[in-house]
Design a protein around this ligand. Structure first.
Ligand code: HPA
Length: 280
């Protein structure tokens, strides 16, 4: 179940004012880094590292592979705020807890959000190392972060999701791949499952038939809230393993993290090109 606690808006305001006291400038872009993808932060000139534990009401990640800090700084001339480490539904958090950082970004004035994740490939044309620019998603969590009283100052009761991922940012990312020579960049549909157990072969077959190209345990709650907040959203899945229902192989966290490391340079190159194209 996901219902906003009555003091949720106050929690968001308190967290946002803690951050704006440290950094009063509105960042051009926010970036959330998924499992094994924190190497992207190496591209930044970091001015502030704020552990989630220091930010009032910020939930902390219980997953060892996630750092749990807000990084503020710049890439080139662009001011960036990075959520390094995210929360997951499988950790026991409600989707409104998971998305509190997105509300905080909204409150500090962020208008563009890029979310990254590691995902299992369902599309048989994908390979480990494929970078999928998310074109659309399926929410198979069984929970929606907007359930409950709508906070009208944050967005509408029934937000439109006809374009949950900004078409202009998708195009800019594909152009950035061409311009920077980063190969194996495709578009596709991401499905979010609750986890933490991985999929069975039968579930994998069913997810493929549902139209999904990649499967993971994150991102969708944040995308729903960011759309409610009228942010422009882009999602990137690094395909870390290929799930073939007819030849199913064990899916291991070590392999997922290792694939993230292998792709770090390609992802960084892509992101640097993309950020250089962003206008204020
Ligand atoms: N399934 C779910 N989540 C994942 C996978 C997967 O195969 N790979 C990386 N994250």
């Amino acid at each position: 179940m996901s219902r906003l606690p009555s003091d949720y808006p106050d929690q968001v305001r308190a967290a946002a004012s803690y951050i704006t006291r440290i950094c009063p400038h509105t960042p051009l872009l926010a970036l959330q880094l998924g499992t094994g993808l924190d190497g992207l932060a190496k591209q930044m000139d970091i001015e502030h590292v704020i552990p989630y534990a220091d930010i009032p009401h910020f939930p902390e990640s219980t997953v060892e592979s996630h750092q749990g800090a807000l990084l503020i700084g710049s890439i080139g001339s662009s001011r960036i705020i990075v959520l390094s480490g995210r929360l997951h539904y499988y950790e026991g958090y409600s989707t409104s807890e998971i998305t509190l950082p997105i509300r905080v970004l909204q409150t500090v004035g962020v208008k563009r959000l890029i979310l990254t994740n590691a995902a299992g490939g369902l599309n048989p044309l994908f390979k480990p190392g494929t970078i999928m620019v998310i074109r659309d998603h399926l929410n198979f969590l069984g929970e929606n972060p907007l359930r409950g009283v709508n906070v009208a100052e944050w967005g509408p009761r029934f937000p439109d999701l006809s374009e949950p991922y900004d078409p202009a940012m998708i195009k800019m990312m594909l152009d950035s791949a061409d311009a920077s020579g980063v190969d194996r960049v495709v578009t596709g549909i991401y499905v979010c499952i609750p986890g933490p157990s991985l999929e069975t072969p039968a579930e994998t077959r069913w997810l493929r038939e549902s139209g999904a190209d990649a499967v993971g345990m994150s991102t969708v709650p944040e995308v729903i809230v960011a759309n409610h907040a009228s942010m422009k959203v882009l999602g990137l899945s690094l395909v870390s393993n290929l799930n073939d229902p007819d030849n199913f192989q064990p899916i291991l966290l070590e392999d997922i993290i290792a694939e993230g490391r292998r792709a770090a340079d390609r992802l960084a190159k892509l992101m640097l090109e993309f950020i250089s194209r962003l206008e204020d």
